[in-house]
Design a binder for this molecule. Structure first.
Ligand SMILES: [Zn+2]
Length: 180
């Protein structure tokens, strides 16, 4: 009887998952202050999102101020849009690259990538899709290697996936989070 109930539950969960939009994409494109200026994913063509955007309830509350994209160590990391390198170096032993995006207001939108060994220097201009470094083997907060990709304007954290237009978000083949 319990096994049967579990099977029904599993079926319901599966059907619900098939009918709903992918979890990594459902929270995107909702921030009207973020223009979809992205022309490339930070890594790969359509990397699996290991952990999505979880905005904290309060400024210092728990949450996930970015998205984690699966990527093997050494994978090239790209600027998603045109901008200027505002930081390239190490923070608390972790490689970090930040890019201020062109034409996104004042203060500008700033994307951050970590852990990344930079191949660019502060002040350098970058084009959309330009390689800015490579993924480090250590220093990520994922169990597998990943790039934590963040977006902020001033002190406000935003969902970086909002930068990507639908044609990039929906580019297949996509591998989604396992349900369990
Ligand atoms: Zn993260």
């Amino acid at each position: 009887m319990r096994v049967c109930a579990r099977l029904i539950l599993l079926l319901v969960v599966t059907v619900t998952a098939l009918l709903s939009p992918p979890p990594s994409l459902s929270a995107t494109g909702t921030d009207a202050t973020v223009p979809a200026v992205g022309r490339a994913w930070p890594v790969g063509l359509r990397p699996p999102v290991l952990r999505g955007w979880e905005p904290p309830a309060t400024v210092y509350g728990p949450g996930h101020r970015g998205v984690d994209l699966a990527a093997a160590p050494g994978t090239p990391v790209r600027a998603v849009a045109a901008g200027r390198i505002s930081f390239a170096g190490r923070v608390a032993g972790k490689g970090v690259v930040s890019v201020d995006l062109k034409g996104t207001g004042d203060p500008p939108l700033r994307t951050t990538y970590e852990p990344v060994t930079a191949s660019v220097e502060e002040g350098e201009e970058v084009a959309p899709g330009e390689v800015i470094g490579t993924v480090d083997a250590t220093g990520s907060h994922c169990t597998a290697t990943c790039v934590h990709w963040g977006l902020r304007r001033g002190e406000t954290y935003l969902n970086p996936l909002s930068l990507l237009p639908p044609w990039l978000l929906q580019r297949g083949p996509s591998r989604l989070l396992p349900l369990a």
